[in-house]
Design a protein around this ligand. Sequence first.
Ligand code: 9D3
Length: 249
Amino acid sequence: MRFDVITLFPEMVLQGASYGVTGKAIAKGLVGLSVWNPRDYTLDKHRTVDDKSYGGGPGMVMKYQPLFDAVCAAQQAYPHQCRKTVCLSPQGKTINQALLKQASDYEQLILVAGRYEGIDERFITAVCDEEWSLGDYVISGGELGALIVIDALTRLQPDVLGDENSAKQDSHSDGLLDYPHFTRPEHLSAGDVPSVLVAGNHAQIDSWRMKQALGRTWLRRPDMLEKKRLNAEQQKLLEEFKTEVDVYK
Ligand code: 9D3
């Protein structure tokens, strides 16, 4: 998979994608990333990328032509068959893991990061296939959205995560919050490591972890639990958790 980001802040995207799992995957060539600055496609001597809004009101609007020519350049540089052009915007569909999983088998994803008050609507309707939002809060532009999409999709590409981690990705605990983690030392003034984890009986550890994952999801994300079908064992563990949970905690 390759990513082409249309952005007025190309360094922000390249820097942000250069760390950790994403950075390694790019360095190894498991995914591709290029940035395209609409300012490089302007035709006037002031390299203008924005203009006043028709109808008035505060804030500038990103012009159609520099964005269009930047997208065309990204398309021509990588003439892939299976391509999607997505605009990051507060008006879009809120992204989640299921949506990203569906997008993960595109060969080329062109991500358009807007700045200013918005983008000329004709670019969104004529050039973009979809609009994606990060959620119901206001940020200053689409670059962080593009980075989140790149990070999440890179983790879904073959050979990016080690065997252990990719197995964990689609395990039985899918759709639940994680269980609590502990490392040495066993005793701190902040508390002790649960004895079941120290004892090392793997069947009991698996069972404890599943109970904790179910219990935390029940307490913190009941919306997630409603969507999930529990097997008999999981129902039993959750009932146990409910009877054990400290109501004053
Ligand atoms: C306060 C300004 N808003 C007036 C109603 C409009 C507005 C314009 C531009 C709000 C945000 C932005 C810039 N945001 C993004 O480009 C963006 C975004 C977001 O703000 N929230 C959630 N997801 C995204 S993805 C891109």
